[in-house]
Design a protein around this ligand. Structure first.
Ligand SMILES: Nc1ncnc2c1ncn2[C@@H]1O[C@H](COP(=O)(O)OP(=O)(O)OP(=O)(O)O)[C@@H](O)[C@H]1O
Length: 404
């Protein structure tokens, strides 16, 4: 395409923070490219877990587009330098007179379209924001597969839905549109699985932040700025990262203030999830109302959580009627066994079974007998017996943070 008075926007790939227009173009262009008669090549990939194929533009491909009667031309350029560095960019060319319209409306349209495409394609990303490593997020956990008290599950889903529907409220009160969750409980109770279930439910990308690897405020700011809207920021094991102020580094409480400041002026909804195996070791300042909005206790396996796992792993829907269920439920109520322990046991075959990969048949009676035996053993070990409330419970961290 020839332009007499052409203007070209260079849209480079950037990682810290990422260039939203570049990322959006990557999702948007293949969708219009396919229906274009000038298309020569298009890259197609698919991973086993993904339902649809992923399309990508090849280097050197041109993609024409029109917007409000204006002709535009995209070019994707990948340059490899002798040093091994690779520069990637899009070049967007159009008639100069349309500059304002393209800047104000077209680029915003491309970003909006890319968000919609992402929602439809269900492709989520997992990025470590310390290293900027990014992979596709394919964790299978969903709210259906998570074993937890059904009432708590419903409360979490309701809370998420309420949060994402309140754009106007957050705008009206001038607060950052963010919600903080604290997941606490022993290892293997499903904290990571719940984060995955939330990401899959909302179709939000996941960003992991390792606080220990951050040394300065500016590094922290850069890392946080590289996160995108509609995402979950995960900070794991915060009990191990609470003493950061010794060397004049940030505190977790400072981190929360920092996020408020950073995100109150920009952006759409963000979820921040902190996890800890030891809530009692956290600075009480962090547990005050308004710091983390929802505290979720991930507990040892309860009878109702067990029913969900039995349904998922063994396909048993009427477990209450099974002769072993009463005994198993009783043992669960008096023994510390995590859902991860139960999952592992369900996956284990009888020791004397010959492993046959083609044999998907589940012997429910044998599996339940094995679990009962395993629970009895755990109970006999004594030290593991329940000495804390065994039900999962949710406590809101006060009501100060969200009152209308
Ligand atoms: N509540 C649960 N519901 C369903 N599966 C679970 C649950 N808890 C644990 N699992 C199973 O056990 C595995 C390990 O659990 P997960 O990593 O989610 O626990 P965690 O609490 O995050 O542990 P850690 O504190 O060690 O990171 C999961 O991949 C899943 O298969």
């Amino acid at each position: 395409m020839n332009y007499h008075h052409g203007l070209t926007f260079i849209i480079p790939e950037e990682s810290s923070p990422s260039n939203q227009v570049y990322d959006a173009a990557h999702l948007y262009l293949p969708t219009i490219h396919l229906i274009n008669s000038s298309t020569r090549t298009i890259r197609v990939t698919k991973t086993p877990r993904r339902e649809t194929v992923k399309l990508a533009i090849e280097s050197g491909e041109q993609v024409p587009d029109t917007f409000d009667g204006i002709d535009l031309n995209w070019l994707y350029v990948v340059e490899k330098h002798p040093s091994g560095c690779v520069d990637r960019r899009f070049e967007l060319t159009f008639q100069k007179e349309h500059k304002d319209k393209i800047m104000t409306f077209y680029l915003a349209y491309v970003v909006r379209r890319s968000e919609a495409i992402k929602q439809e394609s269900k492709i989520l990303n997992l990025r470590n924001i310390n290293t900027y490593d990014e992979v596709e997020f394919e964790h299978p956990a969903t709210f259906e597969t998570i074993a937890m008290e059904p009432s708590l599950k419903r409360k979490i889903i309701k809370d998420l839905e309420r949060f994402v529907s309140r754009r106007e409220f957050y705008k009206k009160v001038g607060k950052a549109w963010k919600r903080g969750y604290l997941l606490y409980g022993p290892p293997g109770t499903g904290k990571s699985s719940l984060i995955a279930a939330i990401a899959n439910y909302l179709k939000f990308d996941v960003f992991e932040l390792e606080l220990d690897a951050i040394d300065s405020d500016s590094e922290l700011k850069r890392a946080l700025l590289s996160t995108t809207n509609r995402s979950i920021l995960v900070i794991e094991d915060i009990d191990c990262s609470v003493n950061k102020d010794k060397e004049n580094r940030f505190t977790l409480s400072g981190l929360l203030n920092f996020m408020d400041g950073l995100w109150s002026s920009c952006g759409d909804e963000r979820i921040i999830v902190f996890t800890t195996n030891h809530k009692d070791r956290l600075d009480p300042v962090l547990l005050r109302p308004g710091r983390m909005d929802v505290h979720i206790h991930m507990s040892y396996c309860t009878p109702s959580a067990f029913r969900i796992l039995a349904s998922n792993y063994l396909g048993v829907e009427d477990l209450d009627r099974h002769p072993l269920y009463g005994e198993i439920a009783g043992l669960l109520e008096s023994t510390k066994v995590t859902p991860a322990d139960v999952c592992e046991d369900f996956l284990r075959k009888n020791d004397d079974d010959v492993v046959d990969d083609d044999d998907d048949e589940v012997d429910v009676d044998a599996a339940l007998e094995r679990v009962a035996k395993f629970l009895k053993l755990r109970k006999l070990e004594g030290a593991n017996n329940i000495d804390e409330p065994e039900t999962q419970e949710e406590e809101k961290a006060g009501n100060g943070s969200e009152s209308e």
